[in-house]
Design a protein around this ligand. Sequence first.
Ligand SMILES: C[S@@+](CC[C@H](N)C(=O)[O-])C[C@H]1O[C@@H](n2cnc3c(N)ncnc32)[C@H](O)[C@@H]1O
Length: 264
Amino acid sequence: MDWRASLFGVHGRLSLRRGAGRPVVVAIPPSPLLEALRSAPKTNDMDKAKASFERYRTGQFWQNDPGYAFAKPWLRQWIAQETRVLDVGCAYGQLAWYLKSLGIWEKAHYHGVDVVEAAVELAATAHPEGTFEATDAQAGLGVATGDFDVVWSKGTICSAAFPQELLAQILAVQAPRVLLPHTAMACEPIHGGFATTIYSAPHTAYLFTILDQAGFTQQVNAAGYDVTICTPRDYTVPVEHMGTYRLYDVVLTASSKSSMKRPA
Ligand SMILES: C[S@@+](CC[C@H](N)C(=O)[O-])C[C@H]1O[C@@H](n2cnc3c(N)ncnc32)[C@H](O)[C@@H]1O
């Protein structure tokens, strides 16, 4: 079993895809939490996932989430007829529900990926018009370069164990437009347990990220993107041990399209 499989406790149907032509990423800093992650007990509890799914399904969760408020004008501008949208770290397909609420779901061809198989199963039942895949996005997204017009990844770079690898996979898609709301940078890893509680993830610990802003910009530029917007905000999580950390809502635009104006 390789380190990713042991890290995520991956077995059964969940496929760990290996992306072809995977880009080289900057060095991953050593993390003292990795050993703890590797030896942590694994869970993938469908009952827990169903309970949190119901809360999302019925909760209009986007109303008080500044990440969605930030993204709204971009989504409205970018999603026209037949827009191919990839959602990385889709969980239950929250973006799909949000696009439905904005009345632009019909225009999108939506594909979601998440490492939590239980979440992906529930997402597929909630959004049968979309397509979904359970995969460790750090290892590969299972899509080809050029397959998408927009990549969305909200709150996933801040929850990936290896954010540079995840970002590299996102950039390798080479979608002209990329929205990364709720991206943490330069934070210390702070706690475990969040993903298990909320998404019934197959791993008990959840790292907050390790990207620093200069490294982020360098990685993005090297992949042919400009950072169009990178807006920081402080985010307080009402979960023990988490406290407040700094998040960034990020818009990336392929350099060839970067003369685009910010929507009103
Ligand atoms: C904070 S949640 C955000 C969910 C959703 N995008 C939203 O904004 O509501 C982070 C999601 O990223 C997923 N995730 C974390 N690491 C991942 C990885 N390596 N590959 C795919 N998904 C991952 C988690 O399972 C979880 O569903």
